[in-house]
Design a protein around this ligand. Structure first.
Ligand code: FUL
Length: 471
């Protein structure tokens, strides 16, 4: 009896010893990046004189008079966008043509001198707040209107503009620095050719410091970050292999190795996750001739799986028309798209499954397999980089999608994995893929399964999975 009590006491003591968390693996996200990952999808709004001249890249010589939306209503945009489940709006406050959508004191080439005569950045940021959306700005570095473009004086002008945007419109969640920034022989500046060396001209680190000071929580986008990176195409897809790590020092706005941007770099020195920018129409700005070429719900769903489903955030462009309203086709498809995502992920079948893993860190409940279906995360012992996790259903269940999420606060680890289904007593492979990251969605033809098994086949360090969703 004494011996038994002693053993029980020993076991209890072992259970109480806190098994420690895995050590971080490589670069890890900052707090602001962690918050940003969770947004998953938001909307881009391209709106300027181009909407009225039918151009994609304005020349900078457009009269303020032509910006004349007759029924402009950012509350309509925010209403549709929030109902479609998007989390924010990034507005082109100034595109390459140099026309400013806000009441700036640094140039007369702005919306206050147009027939519209109101500060649209203010109206959009107010609408975002009213509808619970985050608000961000795009400020084109390249400026084909400004007389100083190409000289050092323009950089002061650009920073002054940025400061206005970061000071007068509340919280900014993202600032978009375009890689189309006047290098590579593009011509820029009021009706004449002005060549700049876009590697040296902009002195980005100094500009980025302004953002850090004025809006410490804002994410900065560019070809080279500093917080999130371009995905290397405008067609709406991240690579099937997509690391959130990249050698940041090798990249700069306008200097992009598109393959590396699309896939990330497995041993990259910095946490620099991909953002997938794509338009709901062929162009970034509204053109009536494209009214019958709005992406369908099926196309949008495909984009969703190839962006959010491949460890990238999606920024979907929805350009207002000449009235200043989202066109009915775009609006209908956007709302349906939101509904389709909701419907496809309505019921997480993992909630009703029993989880078991081939390894649990320190045999601790803290890192148990079942954690992937709720709070916390499943982790393996330090020396275990291959392991399987099985979810067994109480009765055969139809499955067509699996959502996997790593515990990225400790870095991105998984290099190769497969998913299987137990069908009629046999394991059947559904897919084999490489990276997971913040989120990976695997889709396949529906199967009637008794169980689902996730096999981590290779990992840079011990495994740490936040979530396994089954749909
Ligand atoms: C590109 C720009 O040149 C396009 O006009 C658009 O703004 C897109 C989002 O980025 O580089």
């Amino acid at each position: 009896m004494k011996k038994l009590l002693f053993i029980i006491a020993l076991l209890a003591a072992a259970a109480c010893t806190k098994v420690s968390e895995p050590a971080p693996c490589g670069p890890v996200p900052s707090e602001r990046q962690l918050q940003w990952h969770q947004l998953e999808r938001y909307v881009f709004i391209h709106f300027t004189t181009n909407t009225f001249t039918d151009l994609e890249w304005g020349y900078g010589n457009e009269s303020e008079e032509i910006f004349n939306p007759t029924a402009c209503n950012p509350r309509q945009w925010a209403d549709i966008i929030s109902r479609a489940g998007f989390k924010g709006i990034v507005l082109t406050a100034k595109h390459h043509d140099g026309f400013c959508l806000w009441d700036t004191k640094y140039t007369g080439h702005n919306i206050m001198n147009s027939p519209y005569g109101r500060d649209l950045v203010k109206e959009v940021s107010d609408a975002c707040r009213e509808y619970g959306l985050k608000f961000g700005v795009y400020l084109s570095p390249w400026d084909r209107n400004h007389p100083d473009y190409g000289t050092p004086a323009y950089i002061d002008y650009y920073r002054n503009q940025l400061t206005e945007l970061l000071t007068n419109y509340g919280d900014i969640f993202e600032v978009w620095f375009d890689g189309a920034n006047g290098g590579d022989g593009w011509y820029g500046g009021a009706d004449e050719r002005r060549n700049i060396d876009n590697l040296t001209y902009y002195d980005w680190p100094t500009t980025w410091e302004i953002v850090r000071q004025k809006q410490p929580n804002a994410i900065m986008f560019s070809d080279g970050g500093p917080d999130c990176r371009w995905v290397g195409n405008e067609a709406g897809f991240a690579g099937e292999t997509n690391w959130s790590t990249l050698n940041k020092a090798e990249f700069a706005p306008g200097h992009a190795d598109t393959f590396a941007l699309n896939h990330g770099q497995e041993d990259g020195t910095d946490w620099l996750p991909a953002e997938v920018d794509v338009s709901i129409r062929p162009g970034w700005f509204y053109h009536q001739r494209e009214d019958d070429r709005v992406k369908s719900v099926d196309q949008l769903m495909d984009i969703y799986y190839k962006s959010v489903g491949r460890n990238g955030n999606l920024i979907l462009n929805v350009p207002p028309d000449r009235r200043g309203l989202i066109h009915p086709t775009d609006s209908a498809n956007l709302i349906e798209f939101g509904r389709a995502i909701k419907a496809e992920f309505a019921e997480n079948l993992a909630q009703a499954a029993d989880f078991k893993a081939t390894d649990v860190r320190g045999n601790s409940r803290r890192f148990a397999a079942s954690k992937v279906a709720g709070e916390g995360y499943w982790a393996t012992d330090d020396d275990v980089t291959t392991a399987s996790l099985t979810a067994t259903f109480r009765k055969p269940t139809t499955v067509s999608k699996i959502v996997l999420q790593e515990h990225i606060a400790l870095g991105q680890r998984v290099q190769r994995f497969s998913v299987e289904a137990m069908v009629d007593g046999r394991w059947q492979t559904l897919d084999e893929q490489t990276t997971i990251g913040y989120k990976r969605i695997i889709r396949f033809d529906p199967v009637m399964a008794d169980a689902i098994r996730v096999n981590i086949l290779a990992s840079k360090a011990c495994i740490a999975l936040d979530n396994v969703g089954i749909y």
